[in-house]
Write a protein that binds this ligand. Structure first.
Ligand SMILES: Cc1cc2nc3c(=O)[nH]c(=O)nc-3n(C[C@H](O)[C@H](O)[C@H](O)COP(=O)(O)OP(=O)(O)OC[C@H]3O[C@@H](n4cnc5c(N)ncnc54)[C@H](O)[C@@H]3O)c2cc1C
Length: 504
């Protein structure tokens, strides 16, 4: 008899969602993570009394009645978290003034019509299409329609989904409006999805867009960690176990059937099924010995090697001795939209030109007052980044961290002149930090690049050539972000449940 029905390697959101759903369906589940807290990127860390949220800016689709909320309920998590609605999912600094972007789609549409009067017709058509797009998504998510029927009706019921799955974000925008400036403004949020509009799959821009502007955009009280803790509590409540500070060394198997895992401390855990939340290349390259098993396995590993890995991120976490409002930062998330050419901005990111890339400022004290009691403040400066911009950890790396911290503070001074005198803690997290803490290849934050080719049905699935080894998380279908990772884990749990039931 195995120790567990299912062992989950990694307590990122994908692993946690899979484990919580399975344990609530009655399976015995063990989750193992090498880190000291659950959540992977969805976690926090503390420096000198400041508790920094690693990742969460916004999570969409949490309004009452939404399909995503139903998933969190089925995982036993919804009643454990406290969503805080964001009236403005983000704001944009442009031409020396700040434009707040409303959550409400109609208000947003009206704002765009006001700013770009010559494009009113196109804007209205685009928003009309987005309404239809949302209805198509509801059809796809509906749990009272059998899967075979959805497959049959998909081309008739979901024409936009079908069409946009083959388009980039920019191509879809251009079907409705022609102003380059309007498209740049409308897609200023692209760094949240890791690729500029000319390469980003339309699905990966517009699905979260609908989530933010039609199904409710939220921060969470207690930050991303509160969601991860909610999953962990749900797993423990239904009898599952979570082991932290233990790395999985290898996934054990006989031929193409996995048997369990070996931990770095030399102990073994047997299981009928293994779910890996580690990146697919780490799973197949480092955790499992794949040589000589079968041609199918070789082909799968070769395919992984050819896939494009997504971008990483740079974050300067700042603890202040006052609230960010005191230094003039009175928004929650502020995109500095100085470089309006997103393609050029992406090239600056790729070459590590931190002096000129667009930046995002986040006021965590304003997102959740409980983040910083005692009159202090937390803000974070963010831009996308690539691991190749950073030397290996050592003296040169440390020096570069200091230089870039200084450069980012200089840039922040342009907007908040007094910022330096209020900084108590400044901690720079680079793509190497992201890789070291989560094990994600190249410190990728959304898994594989969310291109048209690697999105939708083109995205890597959860099924591997090993009979009872699954992959979950941002690298797999449907994709990156809190929602994507959670949905991947949830859907895979349902599939594993069906398989185990059919076997017994
Ligand atoms: C700075 C930043 C900002 C972001 N902002 C947002 C946002 O506002 N909204 C949003 O929706 N998304 C955001 N994201 C993206 C989102 O956080 C991620 O896409 C998502 O959390 C990834 O989840 P995952 O399931 O892939 O697991 P990961 O978070 O990648 O976790 C993987 C886990 O596996 C563990 N692991 C790996 N190997 C082993 C091993 N051998 N043994 C044991 N454990 C192992 C790791 O320790 C880790 O805990 C952001 C990400 C970052 C970094």
């Amino acid at each position: 008899m195995a120790d567990y029905d299912v062992v989950v390697v990694g307590a990122g959101l994908g692993g946690l969602a899979c484990a919580s759903r399975l344990s609530r369906l009655g399976h015995s589940v063990g989750v193992i993570d090498k880190h000291a807290v659950v959540g992977g990127y969805a976690s926090h860390f503390t420096r000198e009394g400041f508790r920094f949220d690693v990742s969460l800016h916004g999570i969409g689709s949490l309004n009452e009645g939404s399909e995503f909320r139903a998933i969190l309920e089925a995982c036993g998590v919804m009643h454990r978290i406290k969503p805080i609605s964001k009236a403005y999912p983000y704001s944009v600094y442009t031409d020396r003034q700040v434009q707040d972007i409303p959550q409400d789609a109609i208000a947003y549409q009206n704002l765009l019509c006001e700013l770009y009067p010559s494009e009113v017709m196109g804007i209205r058509k685009l928003f009309g299409a987005l309404e239809r797009f949302k209805m198509e998504l509801s059809f796809l998510y509906a749990d009272d329609i059998p899967e075979w029927k959805k497959g049959l009706l998909f081309p008739i019921k979901c024409p936009l989904l079908l069409k946009w799955s083959r388009r980039t974000t920019e191509q879809v925008c251009k079907e409705y409006v022609s102003s380059v400036d309007l498209i740049s403004f409308f897609t200023v949020q692209w760094p949240y999805y890791g690729l500029p509009p000319h390469r980003l799959s339309a699905l990966y821009f517009f699905i979260p867009w609908v989530g933010y502007h039609m199904d409710g955009c939220y921060y969470l009280q207690g930050g991303g960690q509160s969601l991860s803790d909610g999953f962990a509590d749900s797993i423990r409540e239904s009898g599952g176990s979570i082991t932290l500070k233990k790395a999985v060394k290898q996934i054990l198997h006989e031929g193409r059937r996995v048997r369990g895992v070996e931990l770095k401390d030399g102990s073994f855990i047997s299981a009928d099924w293994v779910v890996s939340n580690a990146s697919p290349s780490v799973t197949m390259r480092d955790l499992i010995k794949v040589e000589g098993i079968s041609i199918k396995v070789d082909q799968y590993v070769a395919k992984l090697g050819q896939m494009e890995v997504g971008t990483s991120i740079l974050q300067l976490f700042l603890g202040l001795d006052c609230s960010p409002e005191n230094i003039g930062f009175d928004r929650q998330d502020l995109h500095v939209w100085e470089n309006r050419d997103h393609l050029q901005d992406y090239r600056l990111i790729q070459s590590g030109d931190y002096a000129h890339t667009n930046l995002l400022f986040t006021n965590y004290s304003m997102l959740d007052g409980a983040n910083t009691p005692g009159g202090k403040g937390i803000m974070v400066i963010t831009c996308l980044d690539e691991i190749s911009n950073w030397p290996d950890r050592g003296i040169a790396y440390k020096q570069k961290k200091k230089d870039i911290t200084d450069l980012l503070l200089n840039r922040a001074e342009r907007f908040f002149p007094d910022i330096r005198q209020h900084v108590v803690v400044a901690e720079l997290a680079t793509p190497r930090t992201m890789e070291r803490y989560t094990g994600n290849s190249k410190g990728a934050v959304y898994g594989y690049a969310q291109t048209v080719k690697q999105s939708g049905i083109g995205r890597l699935g959860s099924v591997t050539p090993f009979q009872n080894l699954s992959l979950v998380g941002a690298w797999t279908r449907p994709g990156g972000g809190y929602q994507g990772a959670i949905i991947s884990g949830f859907l895979e749990a349902n599939r594993i449940h069906r398989k185990i039931q059919a076997r017994n």
